[in-house]
Ligand binder design. Structure first.
Ligand code: PXP
Length: 248
């Protein structure tokens, strides 16, 4: 297994700050370019149905101007599929979406909507776009993702990042590790993300199957202290630390 983890920087929360004032700054495209300067492998945006942060024009400008690649997170609805087909990002990651939630609150229920997701997969893959599903660390959801024909899954690390007691963190990590192995055995590529920080990312990067991470909120938060490029560099260092701890 390759000892490299690609870091995709999610710039949604740069747009969250901009939208708080409905002005033009900070610009998620500028942040994306800084992230690339710092060594990010890709840029992630989540175009939410309520457009609370990223706007349609952000998606097209970022797609056009970045030197790396765009991962478009979106709900499994026709409006978003049409935008993806027009934008042609490198990758589409389907996520569940509820209007009332503060952020994505859990993985997709793939088991319950296999036929619907297969139709979307056909549309997305017909344009040469990679197709990924954001799921909880759950074997049933992983098996269903394979049946749907996803190329990869992104394991939801949200719960892991929120847990406090060391015993519960260890248990959740074990679930993530077992899920990563199971997914890889099913032929799925394994990504992870949600709630990751310089501290808790180390144990995730240590998991040999993990190839790609999507990280946003903590980078935008810490950019207030260190600047965006430095925040990305610090995260890359933490990821390297995890990789160095892999058992081989
Ligand atoms: N992965 C998915 C599917 C997400 O929805 C998000 C949040 O938009 C992230 C990763 C990044 O999470 P965070 O902003 O907590 O780093």
């Amino acid at each position: 297994m390759e000892n490299k983890v690609r870091l995709f920087v999610n710039v949604d929360h740069v747009a969250t700050i901009r939208e708080a004032r409905k002005t033009v700054e900070p610009d998620p495209l500028e942040a994306a370019l800084l992230a690339e300067n710092a060594g990010a492998d890709g840029i992630t945006v989540h175009l939410r149905e309520d457009r609370r942060h990223i706007q349609d024009h952000d998606v097209s400008r970022i797609r056009e101007k970045i030197k790396t690649v765009l991962n478009l997170e979106m709900a499994a609805v026709d409006e978003m599929v049409q935008i993806a087909l027009k934008t042609k990002p490198y990758q589409v990651s389907l996520v569940p979406e509820k209007r009332q939630e503060i952020t994505t609150e859990g993985g997709l229920n793939v088991v319950k909507q296999k036929d619907h997701l297969k139709k979307i997969r056909d549309q997305i893959q017909s344009q040469g776009i990679r197709f990924s599903l954001f799921v909880d660390a759950d074997f049933q959801q992983i098996d269903a993702s394979r049946e749907v024909g996803a190329e990869s899954i992104e394991i939801n690390t949200g719960l892991y990042s929120e847990l406090k007691g060391s015993e519960t963190v260890i248990q959740e990590l074990k679930k993530i590790r077992n899920s990563a192995r199971h997914a890889s055995e099913q032929g799925l590529r394994v990504f992870a993300g949600h709630g990751l920080t310089d501290e808790n990312v180390v144990a995730i990067a240590e998991i040999a199957e993990v190839e790609e991470l999507n990280i946003g909120h903590s980078l935008v938060s810490r950019s207030v202290y260190y600047g965006f490029e430095q925040a990305v560099r610090n995260m890359m260092q933490a990821i390297q630390k995890g990789i160095a701890q892999r058992a081989n």
